[in-house]
Design a protein around this ligand. Structure first.
Ligand SMILES: [Zn+2]
Length: 213
């Protein structure tokens, strides 16, 4: 005849074996249970009471395998993109002074590395370099109007992503101002046309509308 204690042990061992054999279901149950309000409250309290221990454990896990943690973070961001964007925007607005200070410090301490990275990017993205330079110039001379990058992409799409001057298609397209900014042209979409880089520089400060063929 088994004692009460032995029966209890047997029950526990049975439960443990069942959970091990049904890992997927066990985990699903755990997840569902963790969403109950009472459980959430418990978790929150536990987190608040042990925040230092938890943070230290997270740090150690990160140090043990940074790639794994980064991959998990990427998956999370991918899945909750909207929430993450809103949260980081709110954080940025709230902590703008601190962020600027830290950025400044970071730039000062990593000057050479940053310069190398930027130069590399410029070499690999000549069309973007031209585009950014134009935008900066437009702002500088106080050109009126503006366009959204998505509008620009739509415009290129309308023209089959083709240079309107030479007809090249498999080449990076640059933003050409039909009436150049320096001649009083605006930065609005109706003053823009896609040209390849060499046609864009050949056009120079002339006003030529390649949209009318
Ligand atoms: Zn061209």
């Amino acid at each position: 005849m088994k004692t009460e204690e032995e029966k209890r042990e047997a029950r526990l061992a049975y439960g443990k074996a069942w959970r091990a054999a049904n890992l997927e279901k066990t985990r699903a149950d755990d997840r569902a249970r963790s969403k109950e309000p009472r459980r959430k409250e418990q978790a929150r309290t536990h987190y608040a009471e042990n925040i230092e221990v938890i943070r230290e454990r997270d740090r150690q896990r990160y140090r043990a395998d940074p790639a794994k943690k980064k991959a998990a973070a990427s998956r999370y961001i991918e899945k909750h993109r909207k929430v993450v964007t809103e949260r980081s925007r709110a954080y940025y607005t709230k902590n703008i002074e601190t962020i600027r200070r830290k950025l400044k410090l970071y730039r000062r301490n990593n000057r050479d590395m940053i310069r190398r990275t930027v130069n590399e990017w410029r070499t690999n993205n000549p069309a973007k370099v031209v585009e950014y330079r134009q935008r900066r110039r437009a702002r500088h001379v106080g050109a009126s109007g503006s366009y959204r990058p998505s509008d620009w992409e739509a415009l290129c799409y309308c023209y089959d992503n083709m240079c309107l001057c030479c007809g090249a298609t498999h080449t990076p397209l640059t933003v050409d101002h039909i009436i150049p900014i320096s001649q009083g042209g605006t930065n609005d979409l109706d003053n823009l046309q896609p040209l390849c880089q060499s046609c864009n520089s050949a056009k120079g400060v002339n006003t030529i509308d390649y949209r009318k063929w």
